[in-house]
Each structure stands twice: as C-alpha cells, then as structure tokens.
Design a protein around this ligand. Structure first.
Ligand SMILES: [Zn+2]
Length: 264
C-alpha cells in the first residue's frame, strides 16, 4: 500500500491531475483523453458488433431522445463553467440492446448502452433519465481514465510514465481490456468504486435537473432497484444500491436543484 501511494504521488508529479466538473474533486489522470477514447472505442465497437440491437423502435426512440436531452443539458453546464474544451472528447451515442439484464453502461466519450431489461424497472422517461444521467456523469467525470490510471500504477508503478512511449501505450491497451471488459459486463452494477458511484449519482441529478426531469424519481428508481435485488449476483451485493445510497441521493437533490437554477 505504501508503495502504491508513493507511486501515486510520483505520478501526480510526472503526469496530470484533473478536476472533476461539478464536484471539483482532484483526480490523477495518467492517460490522455484521446488514448482513453480510442481504447474505449475498440471495446465498444466489439461489443456492439456482437450485440443484438432492440427491435422495439418506440423504446429505442425513447432511450435516444432522453439521452440527447441530457447530453444537451450536460454540454450547457460544461460550456457555462469553463469546461467547453471537454466537448471535444464527447461523441454521444445511445443504444438499446436486446438483453434481459437490468443494466446499462457507458464507455468513454459518451457511448451509452441500455439493456432492454432495465426498462422493466425504469418505466418512465424520468426514471430512464436517472440512469442515463448517471452514465453520462461517469463519462464527464472521466472515471474510466481514473480507473485506468490507478490500474497502470498498481500494475506497472510510476516508472512506466517515464518509459518510452511504446511501452506506455502497450500498458494502456492491457489495462483498457481489464477496465472496459469489466465495465461492459457489469455496467450499472459495478465495478466503479463507491466514490465514483456517489459522484455519478450527484452529477446525474444536476444534469437531470437542467434537462427538466424530475429528480425525485431518482429516489423511486433506486428504491425499486434495491427491492428487485434478486437479479444482482451475490458477489455484487456490496454495490451501493442500498439505503445509504438512496439517503445520499435524497439529501443532495436540493443542491442539484440550486446548481441547475443558477444556470437559468
Ligand atoms: Zn455507475
């Protein structure tokens, strides 16, 4: 652990630090946005090729229109708060996939996939906006880059950062497979840390609010999710879809509302 912390410190000196929009949290980002985007895109294309898109045109349309509304709200926030350059790293795509799992996931750059099964729990546009806002937030907060950076440090140590470029990009490729492979498998359920989940919950509320959705439905949606817990594999039971998460969301709704109001 000590060695890991030393590596994190060295990395902060050698490479970049970032600030998460909205929360201002400092994060270590060792990989360029372009590299993360490209690595994510490879995994995403592979996933989409193997997936069956939903044939329900009404539901697909709903996913895309709610997604685009939230994306526009997110961009409005970023532009108004000095993050306009971040728009270069975002190319939104919203797909509904035929899969009965109650899940959704986001790849870097805003490639978002919703499984049909999720719509059995998220039944209204507002509830769908809870999930899409949350997934958009993971992209905007660069949680993938942060996880890749942590993984690179844990696997290779800070030395990799001063190494020749080819070694570093090989490391990025290896790590991307682990990070996005898992992401594609678990999405909404994991493997982000609780810290990332709570952050995405809060940011998602703000984007919902700006887009004009009802943020109270976040409480309703996560309450339904936790009571339909039978579909969640046992080993994922530490996921914060519990009372603590719902309490946090309830507590932060007024804050999200006032941030959104200040944009008007
Ligand atoms: Zn999440």
């Amino acid at each position: 652990m000590k060695r890991f912390l030393a590596a994190v410190l060295a990395a902060m000196v050698l490479a970049g630090c970032g600030n998460v929009p909205l929360t201002g949290r400092k994060q270590v980002l060792l990989v360029s946005d372009q590299e993360v985007y490209q690595a994510g895109l490879v995994q995403y294309d592979e996933y989409i090729k193997g997936a069956t898109l939903s044939t329900d045109s009404g539901k697909t349309k709903m996913v895309r229109s709610v997604g685009q509304k939230l994306a526009a709200a997110t961009e409005k926030y970023l532009k108004a708060n000095g993050f306009a350059s971040e728009l270069d790293n975002l190319a939104w795509e919203f797909n509904l996939v035929r899969d009965t799992q109650v899940n959704a996931f986001c790849m870097p750059g805003g490639k978002i996939v919703v499984y049909e099964g999720l719509l059995t729990v998220a039944q209204t546009e507002d509830e769908l906006a809870v999930v899409l806002g949350h997934e958009i937030a993971h992209a905007v907060a660069k949680h993938s880059n942060e996880r890749m950076s942590q993984q690179i440090l844990a696997q290779y140590g800070a030395a990799i950062l001063s190494n020749v470029l080819s070694e570093k990009s090989a490391a990025v490729q290896t790590v991307a497979t682990t990070v996005f492979g898992l992401g594609a498998q678990y999405g909404l359920m994991l493997p982000y840390s609780r810290k990332h989940e709570y952050e995405a919950d809060y940011m998602g509320l703000v984007f919902m609010e700006i887009a004009g959705y009802d943020t109270d439905s976040a409480v309703e949606f996560w309450t339904k999710m936790s009571s339909s817990g039978s579909s969640v594999p046992e080993f994922l039971s530490t996921h914060p879809s519990d009372s603590k998460r719902i309490a946090q969301i309830r507590q932060r709704i007024p804050e999200a509302q006032s941030v959104a109001a200040s944009l008007k």
